[in-house]
Design a protein around this ligand. Structure first.
Ligand code: ATP
Length: 193
């Protein structure tokens, strides 16, 4: 089995995530993609929507799509969760699966400084998602999904805060949850990272 692992804050999940994860699955021949929402990191600046609401949005976003499995393993353990720990955990649960870690190109310059980066690259094949605004020189020979989609969760939150439409940027069911919980009403003053 070829298994994708796609982690993120998913605050909110958007069509960029879904289109690109599908493209990655198609390109790499993945059977399934685990979507793994990250826990809230209390040490980071800014507020992030509660885990249970982000989880509901993610489940709503992919509920009819057999490619995706929403995986809660990071949400209920104390942050930070290191990617290598999650990947090793997944490897234990999906014994024998060939793991592929899907990562946006905005993380390209940092991956080498992630915890146990060499082990991470041994445990999972990296698939990079090219991203508008992220310069990216792939000298590693790793797979790149070259589709450029200019959607970000930051822009979506800003649009909601300033009363602009996010229709078609997120699945309709995600939009309904954002409305129901009155998410993203306050403009962000600090960077989250
Ligand atoms: P934020 O704007 O809050 O940082 P985001 O849109 O980057 O959020 P995340 O949940 O942080 O969304 O992203 C999860 C993963 O998906 C990360 O690896 C991120 O780089 C990648 N990603 C998200 N949107 C895109 C995009 N439009 N193109 C390429 N990669 C993306």
């Amino acid at each position: 089995m070829k298994l994708g692992i796609f982690g993120g804050t998913f605050d909110p999940p958007h069509h960029g995530h879904l289109i690109l994860a599908h493209a990655a699955a198609e390109q790499a021949g993945l059977d399934q993609v685990l979507l793994i929402p990250a826990a809230r990191n209390p040490y980071k600046n800014g507020v992030c929507t509660a885990g249970d609401i982000r989880l509901s949005m993610l489940k709503a976003a992919v509920q009819d799509d057999l490619l995706f499995v929403v995986d809660e393993r990071e949400l209920w353990r104390p942050p930070p969760s290191f990617t290598i720990d999650t990947v090793e955990d997944v490897a234990r649960d999906y014994n024998g699966a060939k793991l592929h870690l899907i990562v946006g190109a905005d993380n390209f310059s940092q991956l080498n400084s992630w915890r146990r980066a060499a082990d991470l690259r041994r445990a999972a094949r990296i698939i990079w998602l090219a991203r508008p605004g992220s310069s990216f020189t792939n000298e590693t020979g790793e797979m790149v999904v070259n589709r450029q989609i200019e959607i970000s969760a930051t822009d979506i939150r800003n649009r909601v805060a300033s009363g602009r439409s996010i229709r078609y940027l997120v699945p309709e069911r995600v939009l309904q949850i954002i409305d129901a919980f009155h998410l993203y009403q306050t403009p962000e003053t600090t960077s989250r990272t």
